[in-house]
Design a binder for this molecule. Structure first.
Ligand SMILES: O=C(CO)[C@@H](O)[C@H](O)CF
Length: 536
Protein backbone atom coordinates (compact mmCIF):
# COMPACT_ATOMS: atom_id res chain seq x y z
CA UNK A 1 0.00 0.00 0.00
CA UNK A 2 1.44 3.44 -0.88
CA UNK A 3 2.86 5.19 2.15
CA UNK A 4 0.27 7.68 3.45
CA UNK A 5 1.70 11.22 3.43
CA UNK A 6 2.05 12.51 6.99
CA UNK A 7 -0.92 14.79 7.59
CA UNK A 8 -0.82 16.97 10.72
CA UNK A 9 -4.36 17.20 12.01
CA UNK A 10 -6.77 17.73 14.86
CA UNK A 11 -9.56 15.37 15.91
CA UNK A 12 -13.12 16.44 16.69
CA UNK A 13 -15.35 14.09 18.71
CA UNK A 14 -19.10 14.11 19.32
CA UNK A 15 -20.60 11.97 22.09
CA UNK A 16 -24.19 12.48 20.95
CA UNK A 17 -27.48 10.83 21.81
CA UNK A 18 -27.30 8.08 19.20
CA UNK A 19 -23.59 7.62 18.47
CA UNK A 20 -20.00 8.60 19.09
CA UNK A 21 -18.51 10.21 16.00
CA UNK A 22 -15.03 11.47 15.11
CA UNK A 23 -13.60 13.57 12.27
CA UNK A 24 -9.96 14.29 11.43
CA UNK A 25 -9.33 17.77 10.02
CA UNK A 26 -6.01 18.77 8.43
CA UNK A 27 -4.23 22.11 8.64
CA UNK A 28 -6.11 23.34 5.55
CA UNK A 29 -9.32 22.50 7.45
CA UNK A 30 -10.25 19.65 5.13
CA UNK A 31 -12.10 16.75 6.75
CA UNK A 32 -10.17 13.65 5.59
CA UNK A 33 -11.37 10.97 8.00
CA UNK A 34 -14.62 10.24 9.78
CA UNK A 35 -16.09 7.31 11.62
CA UNK A 36 -18.84 6.63 14.10
CA UNK A 37 -20.06 3.93 16.46
CA UNK A 38 -23.85 3.79 16.53
CA UNK A 39 -25.19 2.65 19.93
CA UNK A 40 -28.29 0.75 18.76
CA UNK A 41 -26.43 -0.92 15.89
CA UNK A 42 -22.91 -1.52 17.20
CA UNK A 43 -23.57 -2.05 20.92
CA UNK A 44 -26.65 -4.26 20.87
CA UNK A 45 -25.90 -5.66 24.32
CA UNK A 46 -27.02 -2.38 25.89
CA UNK A 47 -30.48 -2.63 24.31
CA UNK A 48 -30.98 1.08 23.67
CA UNK A 49 -33.47 2.68 21.25
CA UNK A 50 -32.20 5.93 19.78
CA UNK A 51 -29.27 5.54 22.17
CA UNK A 52 -31.42 5.74 25.29
CA UNK A 53 -33.63 3.80 27.66
CA UNK A 54 -37.05 5.38 28.28
CA UNK A 55 -38.15 4.12 31.71
CA UNK A 56 -41.62 2.82 32.57
CA UNK A 57 -42.67 6.14 34.09
CA UNK A 58 -42.38 7.63 30.60
CA UNK A 59 -40.45 10.55 32.07
CA UNK A 60 -37.07 9.13 33.12
CA UNK A 61 -34.60 8.73 30.22
CA UNK A 62 -31.07 7.41 30.68
CA UNK A 63 -28.10 6.01 28.74
CA UNK A 64 -25.57 3.45 30.03
CA UNK A 65 -22.29 5.28 30.63
CA UNK A 66 -20.23 2.15 29.82
CA UNK A 67 -21.89 2.10 26.37
CA UNK A 68 -20.31 5.49 25.68
CA UNK A 69 -16.93 4.18 26.89
CA UNK A 70 -17.14 1.06 24.71
CA UNK A 71 -18.15 3.13 21.66
CA UNK A 72 -14.89 5.05 22.03
CA UNK A 73 -12.95 1.78 22.18
CA UNK A 74 -14.66 0.61 18.97
CA UNK A 75 -13.79 3.75 17.03
CA UNK A 76 -10.17 3.90 18.21
CA UNK A 77 -9.67 0.21 17.32
CA UNK A 78 -11.21 0.79 13.88
CA UNK A 79 -8.97 3.82 13.29
CA UNK A 80 -5.93 1.76 14.33
CA UNK A 81 -6.96 -1.13 12.04
CA UNK A 82 -7.43 1.32 9.15
CA UNK A 83 -3.84 2.50 9.56
CA UNK A 84 -4.78 5.97 10.77
CA UNK A 85 -1.56 7.78 11.71
CA UNK A 86 -2.25 8.91 15.28
CA UNK A 87 1.27 10.36 15.53
CA UNK A 88 0.08 13.32 13.40
CA UNK A 89 -2.65 14.39 15.84
CA UNK A 90 -1.65 17.77 17.25
CA UNK A 91 -4.71 18.26 19.44
CA UNK A 92 -8.23 17.03 19.98
CA UNK A 93 -11.47 18.39 21.37
CA UNK A 94 -15.05 17.27 21.38
CA UNK A 95 -18.70 17.72 22.20
CA UNK A 96 -21.29 15.92 24.21
CA UNK A 97 -25.04 15.91 24.28
CA UNK A 98 -25.92 18.76 26.61
CA UNK A 99 -27.24 18.39 30.18
CA UNK A 100 -26.42 14.66 30.56
CA UNK A 101 -24.38 13.78 33.64
CA UNK A 102 -21.81 11.14 34.66
CA UNK A 103 -21.17 10.08 38.29
CA UNK A 104 -17.60 8.88 38.97
CA UNK A 105 -17.31 6.57 41.99
CA UNK A 106 -14.78 7.29 44.76
CA UNK A 107 -11.40 5.96 43.62
CA UNK A 108 -12.13 6.23 39.89
CA UNK A 109 -9.54 8.98 39.39
CA UNK A 110 -6.80 6.51 40.41
CA UNK A 111 -8.06 4.02 37.80
CA UNK A 112 -8.17 6.76 35.14
CA UNK A 113 -4.59 7.74 35.95
CA UNK A 114 -3.22 4.19 35.71
CA UNK A 115 -4.91 2.67 32.67
CA UNK A 116 -3.10 -0.33 31.20
CA UNK A 117 -2.40 0.09 27.44
CA UNK A 118 -2.94 -3.64 27.06
CA UNK A 119 -6.69 -3.42 27.64
CA UNK A 120 -9.60 -1.46 26.15
CA UNK A 121 -11.11 1.31 28.29
CA UNK A 122 -14.39 -0.40 29.00
CA UNK A 123 -12.64 -3.42 30.55
CA UNK A 124 -10.91 -1.11 33.04
CA UNK A 125 -13.68 1.34 33.91
CA UNK A 126 -16.39 -1.21 34.74
CA UNK A 127 -16.42 -0.29 38.46
CA UNK A 128 -15.79 3.42 38.12
CA UNK A 129 -19.34 4.81 38.10
CA UNK A 130 -21.67 5.19 41.08
CA UNK A 131 -24.61 5.64 38.68
CA UNK A 132 -24.46 3.23 35.73
CA UNK A 133 -27.39 4.77 33.81
CA UNK A 134 -26.72 8.44 33.19
CA UNK A 135 -29.67 10.83 32.95
CA UNK A 136 -29.75 12.53 29.54
CA UNK A 137 -31.40 15.58 27.94
CA UNK A 138 -34.60 13.72 27.02
CA UNK A 139 -35.43 13.17 30.71
CA UNK A 140 -38.41 15.12 32.06
CA UNK A 141 -38.74 13.54 35.53
CA UNK A 142 -37.45 16.44 37.65
CA UNK A 143 -40.33 18.94 37.69
CA UNK A 144 -40.41 18.94 41.51
CA UNK A 145 -36.69 19.69 41.65
CA UNK A 146 -37.17 22.51 39.11
CA UNK A 147 -39.79 24.19 41.30
CA UNK A 148 -37.56 23.78 44.39
CA UNK A 149 -34.62 25.40 42.59
CA UNK A 150 -36.68 28.34 41.29
CA UNK A 151 -38.12 28.88 44.77
CA UNK A 152 -34.63 28.90 46.27
CA UNK A 153 -33.45 31.76 44.03
CA UNK A 154 -36.64 33.85 43.96
CA UNK A 155 -38.51 32.54 40.97
CA UNK A 156 -38.18 31.49 37.33
CA UNK A 157 -37.09 34.87 35.98
CA UNK A 158 -34.51 35.27 38.77
CA UNK A 159 -33.04 31.88 37.90
CA UNK A 160 -32.98 32.81 34.22
CA UNK A 161 -31.15 36.08 34.97
CA UNK A 162 -28.62 34.18 37.08
CA UNK A 163 -28.00 31.04 34.98
CA UNK A 164 -29.35 31.91 31.52
CA UNK A 165 -32.46 29.71 31.71
CA UNK A 166 -35.44 29.17 33.95
CA UNK A 167 -35.44 25.66 35.47
CA UNK A 168 -35.77 22.93 32.88
CA UNK A 169 -36.24 19.27 33.73
CA UNK A 170 -33.30 18.17 31.58
CA UNK A 171 -30.87 20.70 33.09
CA UNK A 172 -28.15 19.01 35.14
CA UNK A 173 -28.63 20.72 38.51
CA UNK A 174 -32.18 19.39 38.71
CA UNK A 175 -30.98 15.92 37.69
CA UNK A 176 -28.31 15.94 40.40
CA UNK A 177 -30.93 17.07 42.95
CA UNK A 178 -33.13 14.11 42.01
CA UNK A 179 -30.23 11.65 42.39
CA UNK A 180 -29.27 13.13 45.77
CA UNK A 181 -32.88 12.92 46.98
CA UNK A 182 -33.69 9.45 45.60
CA UNK A 183 -30.29 7.71 45.79
CA UNK A 184 -28.31 9.42 48.58
CA UNK A 185 -25.93 6.46 48.95
CA UNK A 186 -24.86 6.61 45.31
CA UNK A 187 -24.48 10.37 45.64
CA UNK A 188 -22.28 9.98 48.74
CA UNK A 189 -20.08 7.47 46.87
CA UNK A 190 -19.62 9.94 43.99
CA UNK A 191 -16.27 11.76 43.98
CA UNK A 192 -16.80 13.66 40.71
CA UNK A 193 -19.76 14.68 38.56
CA UNK A 194 -19.07 15.36 34.86
CA UNK A 195 -21.19 16.48 31.98
CA UNK A 196 -21.10 14.15 28.97
CA UNK A 197 -18.63 16.58 27.39
CA UNK A 198 -16.22 16.73 30.33
CA UNK A 199 -16.61 12.98 30.93
CA UNK A 200 -15.40 12.37 27.35
CA UNK A 201 -12.50 14.78 27.84
CA UNK A 202 -11.60 12.92 31.07
CA UNK A 203 -11.28 9.67 29.13
CA UNK A 204 -8.61 11.27 26.92
CA UNK A 205 -6.93 13.13 29.76
CA UNK A 206 -6.63 10.17 32.12
CA UNK A 207 -7.90 12.49 34.88
CA UNK A 208 -11.01 14.55 35.58
CA UNK A 209 -11.49 17.30 33.02
CA UNK A 210 -13.11 20.51 34.21
CA UNK A 211 -16.52 21.54 32.90
CA UNK A 212 -16.34 24.32 30.29
CA UNK A 213 -18.43 27.47 30.79
CA UNK A 214 -20.51 26.98 27.66
CA UNK A 215 -21.80 23.48 28.44
CA UNK A 216 -21.82 24.42 32.13
CA UNK A 217 -24.43 27.06 31.21
CA UNK A 218 -26.87 24.20 30.57
CA UNK A 219 -27.00 23.12 34.22
CA UNK A 220 -29.03 25.86 35.99
CA UNK A 221 -25.93 26.11 38.23
CA UNK A 222 -23.48 28.50 36.52
CA UNK A 223 -23.68 32.28 36.88
CA UNK A 224 -23.30 33.12 33.20
CA UNK A 225 -22.09 36.65 33.81
CA UNK A 226 -19.38 35.85 36.39
CA UNK A 227 -18.72 32.37 35.00
CA UNK A 228 -18.65 30.81 38.48
CA UNK A 229 -20.97 28.33 40.15
CA UNK A 230 -23.93 29.94 41.92
CA UNK A 231 -23.58 28.91 45.54
CA UNK A 232 -27.32 29.38 46.05
CA UNK A 233 -28.12 27.03 43.19
CA UNK A 234 -25.52 24.47 44.26
CA UNK A 235 -26.88 24.44 47.82
CA UNK A 236 -30.46 24.12 46.57
CA UNK A 237 -29.56 20.99 44.55
CA UNK A 238 -27.25 18.90 46.75
CA UNK A 239 -24.57 19.18 49.47
CA UNK A 240 -20.80 19.29 48.74
CA UNK A 241 -21.63 19.81 45.07
CA UNK A 242 -18.91 22.35 44.28
CA UNK A 243 -16.15 19.91 45.22
CA UNK A 244 -17.76 17.20 43.06
CA UNK A 245 -18.01 19.51 40.04
CA UNK A 246 -14.60 21.18 40.19
CA UNK A 247 -14.17 24.73 38.88
CA UNK A 248 -15.47 25.66 35.43
CA UNK A 249 -12.98 26.79 32.76
CA UNK A 250 -13.20 28.93 29.62
CA UNK A 251 -14.24 26.77 26.65
CA UNK A 252 -10.99 27.54 24.76
CA UNK A 253 -8.85 26.12 27.58
CA UNK A 254 -6.22 23.47 26.98
CA UNK A 255 -7.02 21.11 29.86
CA UNK A 256 -3.89 18.99 29.49
CA UNK A 257 -1.92 16.57 27.35
CA UNK A 258 -3.34 13.24 26.26
CA UNK A 259 -3.04 10.33 28.69
CA UNK A 260 -0.07 7.99 28.17
CA UNK A 261 -2.65 5.23 27.64
CA UNK A 262 -3.31 6.60 24.13
CA UNK A 263 0.38 7.18 23.41
CA UNK A 264 1.25 3.58 24.21
CA UNK A 265 -1.87 1.85 22.84
CA UNK A 266 -2.50 3.92 19.70
CA UNK A 267 0.60 5.98 19.00
CA UNK A 268 -0.69 9.48 19.78
CA UNK A 269 2.20 11.91 20.33
CA UNK A 270 2.84 12.60 24.05
CA UNK A 271 2.34 16.32 23.37
CA UNK A 272 -1.14 15.93 21.87
CA UNK A 273 -3.20 18.67 23.53
CA UNK A 274 -6.72 18.10 24.88
CA UNK A 275 -8.89 21.21 24.52
CA UNK A 276 -11.93 21.45 26.80
CA UNK A 277 -14.91 19.59 25.40
CA UNK A 278 -18.25 21.44 25.27
CA UNK A 279 -21.93 20.88 24.50
CA UNK A 280 -23.07 19.69 21.06
CA UNK A 281 -24.92 22.93 20.32
CA UNK A 282 -22.04 25.24 21.30
CA UNK A 283 -19.73 23.00 19.24
CA UNK A 284 -22.15 23.29 16.30
CA UNK A 285 -22.05 27.07 16.61
CA UNK A 286 -18.28 26.78 16.25
CA UNK A 287 -18.66 24.37 13.33
CA UNK A 288 -21.00 26.78 11.55
CA UNK A 289 -18.46 29.53 12.28
CA UNK A 290 -21.14 31.85 13.58
CA UNK A 291 -19.81 35.35 14.21
CA UNK A 292 -21.07 38.40 16.09
CA UNK A 293 -24.49 39.41 14.71
CA UNK A 294 -25.06 36.11 12.91
CA UNK A 295 -28.00 33.78 13.41
CA UNK A 296 -28.23 30.11 12.45
CA UNK A 297 -31.67 28.72 11.65
CA UNK A 298 -32.02 24.96 11.69
CA UNK A 299 -35.26 24.23 9.79
CA UNK A 300 -36.07 20.71 10.90
CA UNK A 301 -38.86 18.83 12.67
CA UNK A 302 -38.51 21.52 15.27
CA UNK A 303 -36.91 24.77 14.17
CA UNK A 304 -33.93 25.80 16.29
CA UNK A 305 -32.25 29.20 16.33
CA UNK A 306 -28.58 29.64 17.30
CA UNK A 307 -27.94 33.27 18.20
CA UNK A 308 -24.69 35.14 18.88
CA UNK A 309 -25.40 37.67 21.63
CA UNK A 310 -23.30 40.47 23.09
CA UNK A 311 -25.85 41.69 25.65
CA UNK A 312 -28.16 38.82 26.59
CA UNK A 313 -31.63 39.48 28.00
CA UNK A 314 -32.46 36.26 29.89
CA UNK A 315 -36.15 35.37 29.64
CA UNK A 316 -38.64 32.65 30.52
CA UNK A 317 -38.12 31.11 27.12
CA UNK A 318 -35.00 29.98 25.34
CA UNK A 319 -31.55 29.34 26.78
CA UNK A 320 -28.56 31.64 27.06
CA UNK A 321 -25.13 29.99 27.29
CA UNK A 322 -21.61 31.39 27.58
CA UNK A 323 -20.25 31.60 24.03
CA UNK A 324 -17.82 28.75 23.25
CA UNK A 325 -15.59 30.79 20.93
CA UNK A 326 -16.07 34.36 22.11
CA UNK A 327 -15.28 34.31 25.83
CA UNK A 328 -16.88 37.71 26.56
CA UNK A 329 -19.98 36.98 24.48
CA UNK A 330 -22.94 34.66 24.70
CA UNK A 331 -25.00 32.34 22.55
CA UNK A 332 -28.67 31.48 22.76
CA UNK A 333 -30.88 28.61 21.66
CA UNK A 334 -34.55 29.07 20.84
CA UNK A 335 -36.67 26.08 19.87
CA UNK A 336 -39.92 26.26 17.85
CA UNK A 337 -41.72 22.94 17.98
CA UNK A 338 -44.06 23.58 15.00
CA UNK A 339 -41.40 23.39 12.30
CA UNK A 340 -41.33 21.14 9.25
CA UNK A 341 -44.32 19.01 10.32
CA UNK A 342 -46.43 22.22 10.19
CA UNK A 343 -44.95 23.22 6.82
CA UNK A 344 -45.70 19.75 5.42
CA UNK A 345 -49.29 19.87 6.73
CA UNK A 346 -50.00 23.21 5.04
CA UNK A 347 -48.26 21.96 1.87
CA UNK A 348 -50.61 18.96 1.83
CA UNK A 349 -53.74 21.01 2.57
CA UNK A 350 -53.05 24.10 0.45
CA UNK A 351 -50.53 23.03 -2.21
CA UNK A 352 -51.78 19.55 -3.15
CA UNK A 353 -48.85 17.90 -1.31
CA UNK A 354 -46.47 19.60 -3.73
CA UNK A 355 -43.44 21.69 -2.77
CA UNK A 356 -43.36 23.22 -6.25
CA UNK A 357 -46.96 24.43 -5.81
CA UNK A 358 -45.98 25.63 -2.31
CA UNK A 359 -43.10 27.62 -3.81
CA UNK A 360 -45.33 28.95 -6.59
CA UNK A 361 -47.72 30.27 -3.92
CA UNK A 362 -44.86 32.12 -2.21
CA UNK A 363 -43.72 33.59 -5.53
CA UNK A 364 -47.24 34.69 -6.48
CA UNK A 365 -48.07 36.50 -3.21
CA UNK A 366 -46.68 39.85 -2.10
CA UNK A 367 -44.38 40.48 0.87
CA UNK A 368 -46.64 41.28 3.81
CA UNK A 369 -49.46 39.12 2.39
CA UNK A 370 -51.86 42.05 2.17
CA UNK A 371 -51.72 42.42 5.96
CA UNK A 372 -53.01 38.90 6.62
CA UNK A 373 -51.26 37.22 9.57
CA UNK A 374 -51.34 33.61 10.71
CA UNK A 375 -50.25 31.54 13.72
CA UNK A 376 -50.05 27.80 13.04
CA UNK A 377 -49.43 25.53 16.04
CA UNK A 378 -50.93 22.08 15.56
CA UNK A 379 -48.91 20.86 18.56
CA UNK A 380 -48.41 22.93 21.72
CA UNK A 381 -45.74 25.42 20.77
CA UNK A 382 -42.72 25.99 23.07
CA UNK A 383 -42.05 29.55 21.93
CA UNK A 384 -44.51 30.78 23.06
CA UNK A 385 -46.90 28.28 24.71
CA UNK A 386 -49.80 28.50 22.22
CA UNK A 387 -51.74 25.76 20.43
CA UNK A 388 -54.11 25.92 17.43
CA UNK A 389 -54.38 27.94 14.24
CA UNK A 390 -55.20 31.65 14.48
CA UNK A 391 -55.72 33.86 11.38
CA UNK A 392 -56.17 37.65 11.28
CA UNK A 393 -57.17 40.03 8.47
CA UNK A 394 -55.38 43.32 7.77
CA UNK A 395 -57.91 44.94 10.16
CA UNK A 396 -56.87 42.47 12.94
CA UNK A 397 -60.19 40.64 12.73
CA UNK A 398 -60.03 36.88 13.39
CA UNK A 399 -60.96 34.96 10.21
CA UNK A 400 -61.61 31.20 9.91
CA UNK A 401 -59.64 30.65 6.69
CA UNK A 402 -57.42 32.19 4.04
CA UNK A 403 -57.25 31.50 0.30
CA UNK A 404 -54.69 28.76 -0.40
CA UNK A 405 -51.83 31.02 -1.54
CA UNK A 406 -52.43 33.48 1.31
CA UNK A 407 -52.43 30.58 3.81
CA UNK A 408 -49.04 29.40 2.59
CA UNK A 409 -47.42 32.80 2.82
CA UNK A 410 -49.07 33.46 6.20
CA UNK A 411 -47.50 30.26 7.57
CA UNK A 412 -43.97 31.01 6.40
CA UNK A 413 -44.03 34.74 7.19
CA UNK A 414 -45.51 33.94 10.61
CA UNK A 415 -42.84 31.33 11.40
CA UNK A 416 -40.02 33.70 10.52
CA UNK A 417 -41.54 36.80 12.16
CA UNK A 418 -41.92 34.76 15.35
CA UNK A 419 -38.24 33.80 15.13
CA UNK A 420 -37.12 37.41 14.72
CA UNK A 421 -39.39 38.70 17.50
CA UNK A 422 -38.34 36.07 20.04
CA UNK A 423 -34.67 36.32 19.07
CA UNK A 424 -34.82 40.08 19.66
CA UNK A 425 -36.55 39.35 22.96
CA UNK A 426 -33.36 37.57 24.09
CA UNK A 427 -31.22 40.53 23.08
CA UNK A 428 -30.42 39.60 19.47
CA UNK A 429 -30.13 42.48 17.02
CA UNK A 430 -29.83 42.30 13.23
CA UNK A 431 -26.60 44.13 12.30
CA UNK A 432 -25.37 45.43 8.92
CA UNK A 433 -22.91 42.51 8.83
CA UNK A 434 -25.51 39.93 9.88
CA UNK A 435 -25.47 36.62 8.00
CA UNK A 436 -28.33 34.15 8.39
CA UNK A 437 -27.05 30.57 8.11
CA UNK A 438 -29.87 28.21 7.14
CA UNK A 439 -29.65 24.48 7.55
CA UNK A 440 -32.01 21.51 7.76
CA UNK A 441 -34.59 20.15 5.31
CA UNK A 442 -36.46 23.35 4.46
CA UNK A 443 -33.18 25.13 3.67
CA UNK A 444 -33.29 23.35 0.29
CA UNK A 445 -36.35 25.44 -0.70
CA UNK A 446 -35.09 28.73 -2.14
CA UNK A 447 -38.50 30.41 -1.97
CA UNK A 448 -38.75 29.71 1.76
CA UNK A 449 -35.26 31.16 2.21
CA UNK A 450 -36.32 34.27 0.28
CA UNK A 451 -39.01 34.94 2.89
CA UNK A 452 -36.41 34.36 5.63
CA UNK A 453 -34.10 36.95 4.05
CA UNK A 454 -36.98 39.44 3.64
CA UNK A 455 -38.27 39.11 7.22
CA UNK A 456 -34.81 39.53 8.77
CA UNK A 457 -33.53 42.01 6.17
CA UNK A 458 -30.31 40.05 5.92
CA UNK A 459 -28.67 37.68 3.42
CA UNK A 460 -29.28 33.95 3.85
CA UNK A 461 -26.51 31.39 3.34
CA UNK A 462 -26.84 27.63 3.34
CA UNK A 463 -24.36 25.31 4.98
CA UNK A 464 -24.00 21.61 5.44
CA UNK A 465 -24.10 20.90 9.18
CA UNK A 466 -24.05 17.10 9.04
CA UNK A 467 -20.93 16.97 11.23
CA UNK A 468 -21.09 20.47 12.67
CA UNK A 469 -20.46 19.43 16.29
CA UNK A 470 -17.49 17.23 15.33
CA UNK A 471 -16.04 19.72 12.86
CA UNK A 472 -16.58 22.55 15.32
CA UNK A 473 -14.68 20.52 17.90
CA UNK A 474 -11.76 20.01 15.54
CA UNK A 475 -11.77 23.76 14.81
CA UNK A 476 -11.74 24.42 18.56
CA UNK A 477 -8.79 22.03 18.91
CA UNK A 478 -6.84 24.10 16.37
CA UNK A 479 -7.87 27.24 18.26
CA UNK A 480 -6.60 25.64 21.49
CA UNK A 481 -3.19 25.21 19.88
CA UNK A 482 -3.09 28.99 19.51
CA UNK A 483 -3.92 29.40 23.21
CA UNK A 484 -2.20 32.34 24.80
CA UNK A 485 -1.56 34.04 21.45
CA UNK A 486 -4.93 35.90 21.37
CA UNK A 487 -5.53 34.64 17.83
CA UNK A 488 -9.32 34.89 17.41
CA UNK A 489 -11.28 31.80 16.49
CA UNK A 490 -12.41 33.48 13.24
CA UNK A 491 -8.75 33.75 12.18
CA UNK A 492 -8.11 30.08 12.92
CA UNK A 493 -11.05 28.94 10.75
CA UNK A 494 -10.72 31.39 7.86
CA UNK A 495 -9.58 28.60 5.48
CA UNK A 496 -12.78 26.60 6.02
CA UNK A 497 -15.11 26.29 3.01
CA UNK A 498 -17.41 29.38 2.94
CA UNK A 499 -21.21 29.03 3.15
CA UNK A 500 -23.15 29.46 -0.12
CA UNK A 501 -25.29 32.63 -0.61
CA UNK A 502 -28.90 31.53 -1.23
CA UNK A 503 -31.07 34.66 -0.91
CA UNK A 504 -30.77 38.40 -0.34
CA UNK A 505 -33.55 40.70 0.92
CA UNK A 506 -36.04 41.97 -1.71
CA UNK A 507 -35.88 45.78 -2.07
CA UNK A 508 -38.51 47.28 0.24
CA UNK A 509 -38.63 44.25 2.53
CA UNK A 510 -37.51 46.13 5.64
CA UNK A 511 -40.35 48.68 5.28
CA UNK A 512 -42.91 45.89 4.93
CA UNK A 513 -41.79 43.77 7.88
CA UNK A 514 -40.85 46.58 10.26
CA UNK A 515 -44.52 47.57 9.98
CA UNK A 516 -45.79 44.01 10.30
CA UNK A 517 -43.55 42.72 13.11
CA UNK A 518 -45.11 44.84 15.92
CA UNK A 519 -48.59 43.81 14.76
CA UNK A 520 -47.57 40.15 14.83
CA UNK A 521 -46.12 40.57 18.36
CA UNK A 522 -49.32 42.24 19.64
CA UNK A 523 -51.54 39.56 18.14
CA UNK A 524 -49.33 36.85 19.66
CA UNK A 525 -49.81 38.48 23.07
CA UNK A 526 -53.55 38.68 22.44
CA UNK A 527 -53.73 34.95 21.72
CA UNK A 528 -51.57 34.21 24.79
CA UNK A 529 -53.75 36.32 27.10
CA UNK A 530 -56.88 34.65 25.75
CA UNK A 531 -55.46 31.17 26.24
CA UNK A 532 -53.43 31.39 29.46
CA UNK A 533 -53.86 34.70 31.24
CA UNK A 534 -51.21 37.44 31.48
CA UNK A 535 -47.52 36.31 31.27
CA UNK A 536 -45.51 35.91 34.56
O1 LIG B 1 -31.27 19.70 25.16
C1 LIG B 1 -30.70 20.15 24.19
C2 LIG B 1 -30.25 21.57 24.14
O2 LIG B 1 -30.73 22.29 25.28
C3 LIG B 1 -30.42 19.24 23.04
O3 LIG B 1 -30.09 19.97 21.88
C4 LIG B 1 -29.26 18.31 23.39
O4 LIG B 1 -28.05 19.07 23.49
C5 LIG B 1 -29.11 17.26 22.31
F1 LIG B 1 -28.11 16.40 22.61
Amino acid sequence: MAERAARRCCLGWDFSTQQVKVVAVDAELNVFYEDSAHFDRDLLEFGTQGGVHVHEDGLTVTSPVLMWVQALDIILERMKASGFDFSQVLALSGAGQQHGSVYWKAGASQVLRSLSPDLPLHKQLQACFSISDSPVWMDSSTTAQCRQLEAAVGGAQALSCLTGSRAYERFTGNQIAKIYQQNPEAYSHTERISLVSSFAASLFLGSYSPIDCSDGSGMNLLQIKDKVWSRVCLAACAPHLEEKLGSPVPSCSVVGAISSYYVQRYGFPPGCQVVAFTGDNPASLAGMRLEEGDIAVSLGTSDTLFLWLQEPMPALEGHIFCNPVGSQHYMALLCFKNGSLMREKIRDESASCSWSEFSEALRSTEMGNGGNLGFYFDVMEITPEIIGRHRFSAENHKVPAFPRDVEIRALIEGQFMAKRIHAEGLGYRVMPKTKILATGGASHNRDILQVLADVFGAPVYVIDTANSACVGSAYRAFHGLAAGTDVPFSEVVKLAPPPRLAATPTPGASQVYEALLPRYAKLEQRILSQTQGPPE
